[in-house]
Structures are given as structure tokens and as C-alpha cells.
Design a protein around this ligand. Structure first.
Ligand SMILES: C[S@@+](CC[C@H](N)C(=O)[O-])C[C@H]1O[C@@H](n2cnc3c(N)ncnc32)[C@H](O)[C@@H]1O
Length: 216
């Protein structure tokens, strides 16, 4: 995604994305207690959560289309003296083995697409997660203050024609739709919360894979 790749090249573009989200930090003891081992940071950005988990000795992998984000994360990891397994790639085609991960984090990522892309991405996540594995993600909410702005290219999917990341489709979710997409997961947490600033509502989701349909 071009806009993110440009953002990650500048200090200003990276500014909000260096500190781990407190919600993710708060869940680390749970994952440690449950002996979660293999973790995928899907759409890792510049690596704030990848590094957090690697420092806590989880076995962390990351995938993101942005090469500038990857470059920044690798240099950051060098400074921290940790090794990250990062690759460039797309969420709708994950090049990992089936049933490989205990936890997939997709923080502010999955909603960057049309219904078809989101559907494929959830399928790929389900393939790579073990049964009993966790998905920890955010989805942008229909309560978000940008909902309805721009051209609606599909139901609840908007594109704003400007040279920012909003020029890519953003799909806004309500709770029923989340339940539909994640019907093979058991919800643990699903809260609609403001992120960074008032009005920027995102669903904060922790959910556990309980079944896989045939072929996954
Ligand atoms: C809002 S940033 C979040 C970064 C990171 N998850 C974090 O919380 O710091 C969105 C990230 O999703 C990535 N992304 C966008 N489209 C993607 C796709 N199709 N597959 C994988 N990652 C994607 C972008 O490159 C960007 O790094």
C-alpha cells in the first residue's frame, strides 16, 4: 500500500505508531500464562507490536506490503538486539503453513479492503491459526467519524480521493457483521472504543478460533 509505505519513511508519519497499544500490552500476561508461542503480526507497520512480543520471547513473524516499514522495523530490532522474521506480502495471501500460529495480531489492518479482500483475509487467518488460537484485531467501526465520507464503492466501504491512506478502500463494521465474518471464532472481547482521538471508533476484538470449515 503506497500511502503507508510513504508514511513510514518520515518521522511525522511514524509518530503515532511507535508505542504499543495499551490493550495489547495488557493481554501479554494472559498469552504468557497460556504458553502462546508462535505469533504473527499481520500488517506490522513499523513493528511496535512485533518488537514488543519478540522482547517477551514469543516466536514472532510479521508480514506487511510496505518495504519502508520493514526496513525501519529491522533497524529498530537491531538496536534492541533481537531478531525479527519479517517479510513483505499481502494479508489476503499468507505464505505460512496451515495451523502454524497460536496468535495472529492484525491491528488496524483488516478493514483496508473490499468485502472480497476481507473475506479472503479471514480465510487465510483461519488457515494459519491453530484451532484454539487467538485473533487479536481492530476493525474500524460504523460509529467512526469518517464513516460515510468519500465515495461508497460497496456497502459500508468508502474511498476518499486524496493522497493519504484514505485513498484506499476502508470498510466500516457493525457488530452483526463482525459476528458474521468471525462465525467460526468464539468472541472474548468485542468493544467499540475511540482510538487515538475522540470520534475515531474502532472495534477492539479478542477472539478464539473454535472450528474450521472443510478445506482450511
Ligand atoms: C494503520 S497501519 C497499522 C500498523 C501496525 N499494525 C500497528 O498497529 O502499528 C496499517 C498497516 O497495514 C498494512 N497493510 C495495508 N494493506 C495491507 C494488506 N493488504 N496486507 C497486509 N498489510 C496491509 C500497511 O502497510 C500498514 O503498515
Amino acid at each position: 500500500m503506497k500511502a503507508w509505505n510513504e508514511s513510514w519513511k518520515t518521522e511525522e508519519g511514524r509518530a503515532h505508531w511507535l508505542e504499543p497499544d495499551p490493550f495489547i500490552v495488557s493481554l501479554i500476561p494472559k498469552f504468557e500464562k497460556e504458553e502462546v508461542e508462535k505469533v504473527l503480526d499481520l500488517g506490522f507497520g513499523i513493528g511496535r507490536h512485533t518488537i514488543l512480543f519478540a522482547k517477551k520471547r514469543f516466536d514472532v513473524y510479521g508480514i506487511d506490503p510496505s518495504s519502508s516499514g520493514l526496513e525501519f522495523a529491522m533497524k529498530w530490532a537491531q538496536r534492541e538486539r533481537i531478531i525479527l522474521k519479517l517479510i513483505t506480502g499481502d494479508m489476503s495471501q499468507l505464505p505460512f503453513k496451515n495451523n502454524f500460529f497460536d496468535l495472529i495480531i492484525a491491528w488496524n489492518v483488516i478493514y483496508h479492503g473490499t468485502a472480497e479482500i476481507i473475506h479472503n483475509t479471514i480465510n487465510e487467518i483461519m488457515k494459519c491459526l491453530k484451532i484454539g488460537g487467538y485473533l487479536l484485531c481492530t476493525l474500524i467501526s460504523t460509529k467512526h467519524n469518517k464513516y460515510g465520507i468519500g465515495k461508497e464503492i460497496e456497502k459500508d466501504t468508502f474511498v476518499i480521493s486524496e493522497e493519504t491512506e484514505k485513498s484506499h478502500p476502508h470498510h466500516y463494521f457493525n457488530k452483526d457483521e463482525i459476528a458474521q465474518y468471525l462465525k467460526e471464532f468464539a468472541p472474548i472481547i468485542c468493544d467499540d472504543k475511540e482510538q487515538f482521538y475522540p470520534g475515531l471508533f474502532h472495534w477492539y476484538i479478542l477472539t478464539k478460533l473454535v472450528s474450521k470449515s472443510e478445506g482450511r
